[in-house]
Each structure stands twice: as C-alpha cells, then as structure tokens.
Ligand binder design. Structure first.
Ligand SMILES: Cc1cc2nc3c(=O)[nH]c(=O)nc-3n(C[C@H](O)[C@H](O)[C@H](O)COP(=O)(O)OP(=O)(O)OC[C@H]3O[C@@H](n4cnc5c(N)ncnc54)[C@H](O)[C@@H]3O)c2cc1C
Length: 384
C-alpha cells in the first residue's frame, strides 16, 4: 500500500484545486494536489474568465501567465435571433480598467499546472473514503493509496465524493435546459474577437467567444428533459438545423467545428449548502457552490475562493479558525451568484412569446450605464 503524509491535501485538480495550490505555494505551505484523471488531459472547450477572476489571479501572481494563454475581451453583448442588439456593455467604460478573458480550458489548465508545479500533483487518485483522525484526516483513494493530512481542501467539483462525508444530503438540481459546446477552428470572424456574444432566441441560446488566434469557443443551450436521449444523440448537423435561423455567424462557426470537439451536458447546480468549513476541512469551487453558467461566474468564484483562502491563511489563529473565516467571507457571495444565475437562466431560456417580447423590450431599454453598474457589483469582490 502506498502511504503519504502532508500538511495540506487538495483533492481535485480542476480550476479550484490548482488555483488553491497556487495560493498554498505562495504561502510556502507543504501541500499536494490529488487528481482523479490519469494525466493532465485537455479538458472541455472554452471558458470566459471575468474581470474579478483575472484580478484574483493578479493577486495570486499568475495574471500574465493566464492572460497570455487566452484572448482579452472588452465587450459583452446579448442579441436576439435576428442579430439585433438587446444589450451591450463595453468594459473599458467601467470605473477602473478591466477586461475579461476568453481561454481554451486546456490552455488554462496548462498555465495553472505550470504555476502549481507538476511535482505537486498526483494523478490517478480518485478519492474513495475519508477517516477523521486526531491529527487531521486520512483519505483513501481507489488505487489503494492513503494520504494522511493535517488539513483537507475538497475541490472535486459538483459531484464531489468527499462532500458527502460532511454533507450527506446535498442536492444537485437540473436547471431545465441542456448544453452543447464546441470549438470552431477559424482565423476569421476577427471583427468580434474582443466581444463575447450571446444570442437569445426561440430555439435556445447560442454564445461564442474567441479563445485564441485559431479558435472560437461556442455553446448552445435548449430546453430538454433531464438526461434526454434525444439531446444526448444530437450531432453537429442537428445543432446546425436547430439554430439555422440564427445569424450567419452561428452557421459559420458550426460549419468550422469538427464533430469530435462536440461536448454535451445537462445544466445543473448545487442547491446552496449550509456550510463550507468543517474544522480542519473546507470545500471550495464547485464542490461548495456549483452554479449554472448563466453569469459565467462558476470558475471565477472558484478562483476568488483560492485568493480568499490565501488571505485567510495569513490571519492570526488556527487553521480551523481561518477556514471558518473563509466560509464567512465566501458563502454569501458565491451563493448569491448561484441564486441570481438560476433566475437569469429561467429568463434567458423562456420560450413564452409574451415573456420573450417583454424581456427583449426591457433589455433594450436598460441604459449601458446601468448595465455597467450591475456588472461592477458582481465583479467587485469585497475586501474584508
Ligand atoms: C457549459 C458550462 C459553461 C461554463 N462556462 C463558464 C464560464 O464561461 N466562466 C466561468 O467562470 N465558469 C463557467 N462554467 C463553470 C466552471 O466550469 C466551473 O465552475 C469550474 O470548472 C469549477 O471548477 P472546480 O475545480 O471547482 O470543479 P471541476 O472543474 O469540476 O474540477 C474538479 C476536479 O476534481 C476532479 N475529481 C472529481 N472527483 C474526484 C475524486 N473523487 N477524487 C479526486 N479528484 C476528483 C476532476 O477530475 C476535476 O479535475 C461553466 C460550466 C458549464 C457546465
């Protein structure tokens, strides 16, 4: 049997786990990240990191590394299915200079891994069980490895195994819509390269954002029953047909996507949980507050977690107290986003003609100044 000891064990090497690893490295802590996949695999399609995440990465010391792996975005737009603007925000008009980043998930993962140090990550370690000991915890993994740790950081994502030890009744909710994602190989469409666009229409939403000089990430959502066999069987040609009345750009992006890059999953979240901190253990990222992607804040909140962990671990007192302070600082903010995102999804996915007409009229009437103000409220991570 393989046995190890460490001061801090992070279980899960996704965006939350690797970002937390960077925080621990900055603080010269002894830690290890245990990740279930056999190797650093290029996961998923693209992602947008909003300005709050990039500002958190700046304080974690990796902003340049991450920014250089993606594409700076200055504008966010919502359009109707005819391509008419419903809402537009130019981030350069904010009270301080800000930008979002479009990035391929594999590139983000690579950058974070480089910052954490591959020597600090163990692959093929899927957590199986957890034992509380006087000194902390012993985590057993499916391959038989046991890691003894003084402090435990659970970053296993929404389906976290170890969360069930602390909260056996946490609830995952289906939002009522499903999502396909892909990467278009295209050097054209550069006119919108600084803009993240979402089209809200009768067939669902279609969004796209450039992630580098060669690739544009897109997603498409639609109302379907949970785990629908029909949605699971959708091919690119089904998606092309479903969104055929959407603007030309949609058709062009789909035409430049290969079938093998197509991903599908239902949109789910974690019903807000009562606690993040449990003595010598803490939940972070999607394991603590998985949200629907409607506000593009899931990973951003995981990155804010890492920064707040770094700040809390520098406070006076025991690590138990520091974890508890982390919960105090992070729970309300991350769960507010979960709730807002859930409601936004309902509005965005509405197919009722009356609701859509009213929604689109209101969206068009909202002045950019007000949009900027609302966006700034989300982007401003509170300082304690
Ligand atoms: C369609 C879609 C679009 C999105 N778009 C955006 C966006 O634009 N912007 C944004 O900020 N967020 C977005 N999100 C949300 C974002 O993807 C998540 O919030 C983010 O990935 C959470 O990171 P995490 O590390 O907490 O969890 P995960 O990314 O799920 O990582 C968890 C890690 O733990 C590992 N793991 C799982 N179980 C175990 C185990 N038992 N033992 C060991 N390791 C384990 C997994 O292999 C994985 O590496 C989107 C989500 C979806 C579904």
């Amino acid at each position: 049997m393989n046995e190890m000891e460490t001061d801090y064990l992070i279980v899960g090497g996704g965006i939350a786990g690797l970002s937390a690893g960077i925080a621990l490295k900055n603080l010269n802590k002894t830690f290890v990240v245990a990740e279930s996949t056999p190797e650093a695999r290029p996961a998923g399609a693209g992602i947008t990191l909003a300005a709050n995440a990039m500002e958190a990465y700046a304080e974690l010391g990796v902003e340049d590394l991450v920014r250089n792996a993606g594409r700076v975005l200055r504008k966010v737009a919502i359009e109707d299915q005819k391509g008419n603007a419903l809402n537009r925000v130019d981030l350069r008009k904010m009270s301080k200079s800000r930008y979002n980043l479009g990035i391929h998930r594999a590139a983000l993962h690579q950058a974070l891994l480089q910052a954490v140090g591959v020597e600090n990550v163990l692959w093929n370690k899927r957590s199986k069980s957890l034992k509380e000991t006087q000194a902390g915890y012993t985590v057993e993994f499916e391959d038989g490895t046991q890691i003894k740790t003084k402090y435990l950081i659970v970053a296993e994502g929404i389906h976290s195994k170890l969360r069930t030890y602390f909260l056996p009744n946490s609830e995952i909710r289906y939002a009522g819509y499903t999502c396909w994602r892909g990467i278009a190989q295209t050097k054209t469409q550069l006119e919108s390269s600084e803009e993240a666009v979402e089209i809200w229409g009768s067939q669902g939403r279609f969004g796209y954002v450039r992630v580098n000089d060669e690739q544009v990430y897109w997603f498409a959502t639609a109302k379907f029953p949970q785990q629908s066999k029909e949605a699971a069987a959708f091919t690119l040609s089904d998606i092309k047909q479903r969104f055929s009345v959407y603007p030309k750009m949609v058709r062009e992006l789909l035409a430049q996507t290969s079938e093998k890059s197509l991903l599908w999953n239902d949109i789910i979240d974690l019903k807000p949980i009562p606690q993040f901190a449990f003595g010598k253990a803490v939940l972070i990222g999607d394991a603590a507050h998985a949200t629907t992607p409607n506000m593009g804040q899931g990973a951003c909140q995981a990155i804010e977690d890492a920064l707040e962990l770094q700040r809390c671990l520098q406070l006076n007192g025991t690590v138990e107290k520091q974890f508890s302070e982390f919960e105090k600082r992070r729970k309300d903010r991350s769960q507010l986003i979960v709730k807002r995102s859930w409601s936004l999804g309902k509005l965005a996915e509405s197919t009722s003609p009356l609701v859509v007409a009213l929604r689109n009229t209101v969206l068009k009437l909202v002045p950019e100044k007000m949009n900027l103000k609302q966006m700034e409220q989300i982007l401003n991570q509170p300082r304690f």
